[in-house]
Design a protein around this ligand. Structure first.
Ligand SMILES: [Zn+2]
Length: 323
């Protein structure tokens, strides 16, 4: 029996990891979200992946594992072997690829998570057929990936620098986790929205956010701002529009740098739908140079939160072929 070649895509997030077994055409054979509570050592985290991959190798006997791609929420160092300045500080400078290679005897390739999401969307989703493709990931943090004719552009550390930290707020009201003032992450990331949503809930006791926060005893998030807006809650609509204003300025700046043909949006804010994406386009156009928008389309990303797993597995195949 011919064994089916498969690779493993791993997308490490702040609170959980997405992991999948994927074939060379981007079909996900199985995937899971591993929620790991109170993990604060790299070995703890990586052993959970080793256990999952070992159990899949045992279960899917008609598949042959070729390689592993690991997306990390931080910079990539040591020739795609490890991460640094990561949202999970205990992973900083840990020899992640060496550890997994030794345990699983498979080649491992480490990449920034936004880069993998971009590759996933480019090869299997919203970026297919586009010559100059941008993917913005509007999630816990804000990431951007640029792909031109199939090649991912990075400027250092496996990313487009810190493009999620472009300054957009002239009042410089908020400081972000990296220490800059008034950057797009400090006003529009999932972390920023959760911070503001609690304040809005307290200031507007009749609002949808106050109901979520006080009655349901939950911390309001981007999802609640979107849900509240759909229900017509004025506080949520105002916050959504304010965030679209800021994001629109950021979008205008990156459009004028990269001159994309297609610009896709994923992450938590993409749940607000094409209407939200259109708001970003309108805002960017209203302040920017018109020429850039003549042959540019704004779309929602289509691979959702599995884009990172798809990109990771696909790039892992590329490197398995080379090795
Ligand atoms: Zn910042």
């Amino acid at each position: 029996m011919d064994l089916k070649p498969v690779s493993i895509g791993i997308d490490i997030g702040g609170g959980s990891t997405k992991i999948g077994l994927v074939d060379p055409d981007g079909n996900i054979i199985v995937n899971e979200v591993l929620k790991l509570k109170e993990v604060n050592k790299p070995e703890q985290l990586l052993e959970a992946y080793v256990a999952k991959i070992t159990s899949w190798a045992d279960e899917y006997r008609d598949c042959q594992l070729q390689a592993i791609g690991v997306g990390v929420p931080g910079h990539v160092i040591n020739g795609n072997r490890a991460t640094d300045i990561c949202n999970l500080p205990f992973l900083n400078r840990f020899p992640l690829a060496d550890y997994l290679e030794e345990k699983l005897q498979l080649p491992v390739w480490v990449e920034n998570d936004a880069t993998f999401a971009g590759v996933g969307e480019y090869r299997y989703g919203s970026g297919q057929g586009s010559k100059r493709f941008l993917l913005a990931t509007l999630g816990t943090g804000i990431g951007l990936t640029f792909i031109e004719n199939g090649h991912v552009l990075t400027t250092g550390n496996g990313t487009l620098g810190d493009i999620g930290h472009m300054i957009v707020d002239k009042n410089l009201t908020y400081q972000c986790r990296k220490g800059c003032w008034g950057c797009i992450e400090s006003v529009a990331s999932g972390v920023a929205i959760s911070r503001d949503a609690i304040q809005l809930a307290q200031e507007n006791p009749d609002s949808y956010l106050a109901r979520v926060y006080k009655t349901e005893n939950r911390h309001p998030t981007v999802r609640h701002i979107i849900d509240g807006s759909i229900q017509g809650d004025p506080t949520c609509i105002k916050k959504l529009n304010q965030t679209a204003d800021w994001l629109g300025l950021w979008v205008c700046n990156v459009v004028q740098i990269f001159a994309p043909h297609r610009f896709a949006f994923g992450g938590g804010w993409s749940a607000a739908g094409q209407g939200f994406v259109d708001k970003l386009l309108e805002r960017a156009k209203s302040v920017g140079i018109e020429d850039y928008y003549k042959s540019l389309t704004f779309v929602q990303a289509t691979k959702g939160n599995l884009a990172g797993v798809l990109g990771a597995s696909s790039v892992a195949f590329d490197h398995a072929k080379k090795s």
